[in-house]
Every structure is written in structure tokens, then in C-alpha cells.
Write a protein that binds this ligand. Structure first.
Ligand SMILES: [Zn+2]
Length: 309
């Protein structure tokens, strides 16, 4: 998670520390980065292993946004009613974790009344709660609020920083230079190198999106699958679709994103994202890969057909 951030060691010790502070504010110009780090931090607090293990019950509940000790505010306009709702939860003890975690994403969306209301809770910390906020616009937050929270500035690795890491890795025989220009984290890049199948996977996904038109295409597409590492297939496909939905060209080539866009509308793509979650789960429980793929392609076509009629 924090591998593509400059102040990694600070974050690492923050994530590992046992004595949590009462409130944190992650800030930088990069909204997505702030929110990603904040969510990961919140998850690590609630995780039964204390580390975002992603497999314990708490992590699963977190991913499903159903953890009983988690409250997330993530909206365009945060009003005093929303803060009152948080305050009403402050007096009760956590249900399954040791802390109750309140996450306020893009805290600049709080109006002044809401901020003032929140300030009272920040001024009178409660041992069993942690507030985690993010902002890309610190000037939109009241000085009084800013002075009450632990501010953590996040800085993404620059290309030069990545080049330094790359030359270091090269001396260890790992060559990530081919990925540097794109927006992958160092860990992602190392995984791609270790897993030479990554580019084949992308090529194959591109082939699927270009050639999946009728159900009679399915057997042919399935028979052309000869990837060595199938573990990354569904998550890569999902990542490509999410990048397409955001028109984000940072990771994948423009022509791949354009192909996906040309063949499927947004509504269908959002449905496919969910199907891929399901496919990945099946894969993890050892269902035959070809069977999952075959099913997935059929369901994608079905969605496409419904969307068109
Ligand atoms: Zn966990």
C-alpha cells in the first residue's frame, strides 16, 4: 500500500504503533492517495492481526463496509446532521474491535457548522475512538480543527525517486525499468517482473474485449487461454475496467482502455466489476478456472445484451 509514497518509514511505524492517537489527518494534493492511505490505516486498526491482513473477519467486514465499529463519511457535502450521527455513537463502547473508527474522507466537504460541531469531539478525546480524516485542501478546514489533529503529509514517489529504487533493485538482479513511466507501485512492478506473465495477461484481456461479441466466440476465446499464472487474471481485468471507468491512462495503454470503452458501456462495466469479484472468490475456493472464465464471458455477454435491449 504505502510503497509508492516517499515518507514510507514514517507511515510504516505509524501503522505498527500500538499507542494510537485520537485523531489523524492525511493530506496532500492527491485525493485518491490520501483516501487510500486513510482507509488502509483504518482497516489496520480494526484488523484482528493489526495489519490489514485482508483475510480475517474484521478485514472482510471492513471491505464490505459492514464492520460494526466503522463509520465512514464520504460525501460531497458533510452537514452537521452527519457529525451529530457520529457524536451519537461516541458514548458507546466498540462492539468487536478495541477501537471505534470514524473516517471522514475529503474533510473539506464539511461546512463550517459541521466542523465546529466535530471540534468539540476532537477537543474531548475518548479512549475508545479514533478519527481519521483526509483532505486535499487544508485551507478549507478551520484552524481550530487543524490544530487538534495529527497531521500527516503524504508525498508520492517522483520518477527520480523511482529511478533510484530501480537502480538499487537492478543491482539485485530485478529489472523494473520498463514500468517506471506508469503509475504502478514499486511492489506492483516487482511482482510484474517476477511474474513475466503479466504482459501476456494484459494481451489476453485485450483479446477478450476485442473479440467477445456473441456466445459462439466463447469457446474460441477460452481455448486461447494459456496463461501460466492465472492468479492475477481476474484482478488485472478488474483493474483495467476500473481504470477505464475513471478514464485513467496512468497504468494501461490508451488503446486497451479505448477498446474496452468501445465495446461496453459504463453500466455494463460496473456490473462486470462485481462479476469479477465473484469470479475471484470462486478461484480462491478452487473452482476450475476454465469453468469460471466460461461462465464469466457468458454473463458479460448477457449483461451487454440486456443493456442493448
Ligand atoms: Zn485482518
Amino acid at each position: 500500500m504505502y510503497e509508492n509514497i516517499k515518507n514510507t518509514s514514517m507511515l510504516k511505524s505509524l501503522f505498527e504503533q500500538k499507542n494510537l492517537m485520537h485523531s489523524y489527518l492525511f493530506y496532500s494534493a492527491d485525493k485518491e492517495l490520501n483516501n487510500m492511505v486513510a482507509m488502509c490505516f483504518a482497516k489496520s486498526i480494526l484488523c484482528e492481526q493489526g495489519e490489514c491482513c485482508c483475510v480475517c473477519d474484521a478485514c472482510r467486514q471492513f471491505d464490505a463496509k459492514s464492520h460494526p465499529d466503522l463509520t465512514i463519511l464520504d460525501q460531497e457535502s458533510i452537514k452537521v446532521e452527519n457529525i451529530n450521527n457520529i457524536i451519537s455513537k461516541l458514548s458507546t463502547l466498540p462492539i468487536s474491535a478495541t477501537k471505534k473508527v470514524f473516517v471522514i474522507l475529503n474533510a473539506e466537504n464539511m461546512n463550517e457548522i459541521a466542523q465546529n460541531k466535530l471540534l468539540k469531539s476532537l477537543e474531548e478525546p475518548n479512549d475508545s475512538t479514533v478519527f481519521i480524516m483526509t483532505t486535499s485542501k487544508t485551507d478549507k478546514l478551520l484552524k481550530t480543527v487543524l490544530s487538534r489533529v495529527n497531521k500527516i503529509y503524504l508525498q508520492k514517489l517522483s520518477l527520480t525517486d523511482k529511478e533510484l529504487v530501480a537502480s538499487d533493485l537492478l543491482s539485485q538482479g530485478i529489472d523494473i525499468r520498463g514500468y517506471l513511466e506508469k503509475d504502478f507501485s514499486i511492489t506492483d512492478m516487482m511482482n510484474f517482473v517476477r511474474n513475466a506473465d503479466f504482459l501476456d495477461t494484459i494481451e489476453y484481456i485485450k483479446y477478450i474485449f476485442s473479440n467477445l461479441n456473441t456466445t459462439s466466440d466463447i469457446p474460441c476465446i477460452v481455448s486461447k487461454m494459456n496463461l501460466k499464472n492465472k492468479e492475477i487474471f481476474f484482478s488485472t481485468m478488474q483493474d483495467i475496467i476500473l481504470s477505464t471507468l475513471k478514464s485513467d491512462y496512468a497504468k494501461y495503454d490508451k488503446d486497451l482502455i479505448d477498446i474496452v470503452k468501445a465495446h461496453f458501456n459504463e453500466k455494463v462495466l460496473s456490473k462486470i466489476v462485481l462479476m469479477l469479484d465473484d469470479a475471484y472468490k470462486k478461484q480462491m475456493s478452487n473452482v476450475n478456472f476454465t469453468y469460471i472464465l466460461d461462465n464469466l464471458l457468458f454473463n458479460i455477454l448477457k449483461e451487454k445484451f440486456y443493456a442493448a435491449h
